[in-house]
Design a protein around this ligand. Structure first.
Ligand SMILES: CC(C)(COP(=O)(O)OP(=O)(O)OC[C@H]1O[C@@H](n2cnc3c(N)ncnc32)[C@H](O)[C@@H]1OP(=O)(O)O)[C@@H](O)C(=O)NCCC(=O)NCCS
Length: 165
């Protein structure tokens, strides 16, 4: 774990010559996350929702960078109430997908959550979202429920997944 400042915690993993970096976001840096939202989701959170989310003590968002924080290729948002946490958003920008970054990002988040005293993680995923389902199942998440018409934009169902971490 690398602490850059009071507002930026860095969790880094080696990947060939690249050293991915995770940056903890604050309401004033929510635009970094919102940019990822608008390019990665069919129903993106608004800028206001992103910055409001970050005003709650139990809410956290991270941005994922390959160039030490100059640009960002992914973002994640979580609600953390130790010993449990819920993953609310996870995205990697299109040109960077299928390079293992989503898995690296999740692995780093899980490490951080353990440091925060979390031992149980939950998430929901659209039933049609095969890439995300495959990622979560490959990381050991187990499907444990179905939420009918969970997504407001198109009434799609959600699977719920959980994992002890
Ligand atoms: C889901 C997402 C984060 C995966 O990111 P990624 O960086 O492409 O994932 P990785 O390259 O680390 O892939 C890890 C595993 O995920 C699965 N996976 C990723 N993309 C996949 C695809 N298009 N089809 C099938 N499986 C896929 C595979 O199991 C893969 O392992 P493998 O490469 O050994 O086969 C990315 O597709 C994304 O941002 N999607 C849009 C936003 C979204 O749907 N987020 C999830 C909300 S719950």
């Amino acid at each position: 774990m690398y602490i850059m400042s009071e507002t930026c915690s860095f969790y880094a993993e080696k990947c060939e010559n690249i050293r991915p970096t995770l940056i903890s976001l604050q309401p004033e840096t929510a635009a970094l996350w919102h940019d990822i939202e608008t390019t990665c989701f069919q129903a993106p959170w608004s800028m206001e929702s992103c910055s409001d989310f970050l005003t709650e003590r139990t809410n956290h968002a991270w941005a994922f960078s390959l160039d030490s924080g100059k640009t960002f290729i992914g973002a994640a948002a979580l609600q953390v109430l130790p010993p449990e946490a819920e993953l609310l958003r996870l995205a990697i920008k299109e040109p960077f997908r299928r390079h293992g970054y989503g898995r690296q990002f999740m692995t780093a988040l899980i490490k951080w959550l353990r440091d925060e005293g979390v031992n149980q993680m939950w998430l929901e995923v659209r039933v049609s979202n095969e890439p995300a389902i495959s990622l979560y199942e490959s990381l050991g998440f187990k499907r444990n429920g179905l939420r009918k018409r969970y997504y407001k934009n198109n009434g799609e169902d959600a699977y719920t997944y959980g994992r002890t971490i």
